[in-house]
Design a protein around this ligand. Sequence first.
Ligand code: SF4
Length: 88
Amino acid sequence: MISDFLPQIDLAKCIGCDLCTKVCPTHTLAVVNDLAMVVHPEACDYTGACQEICPTQAISLTYEIIFTTTQGREPSQKQANEPTIPKL
Ligand code: SF4
């Protein structure tokens, strides 16, 4: 299965140094025509090693934010002291 959250490569910043491909444990990335590419998205384990080693900050990782309830409270339950946000 291919993740929705893959390394994003800013090709304008990539200098084709090949460091990201060398540290990727699953060989997700490759340098093609002097630019890093995600060539095996299904293999990405999301280790973050590529982002860490990139000397030009060309790689960013997207993250999924999951909201959970706190202290057993459902998100839709409103406490009495919470302000009311008017609907527009
Ligand atoms: S480490 Fe960064 S600059 Fe080097 S090839 Fe990968 S993305 Fe490009």
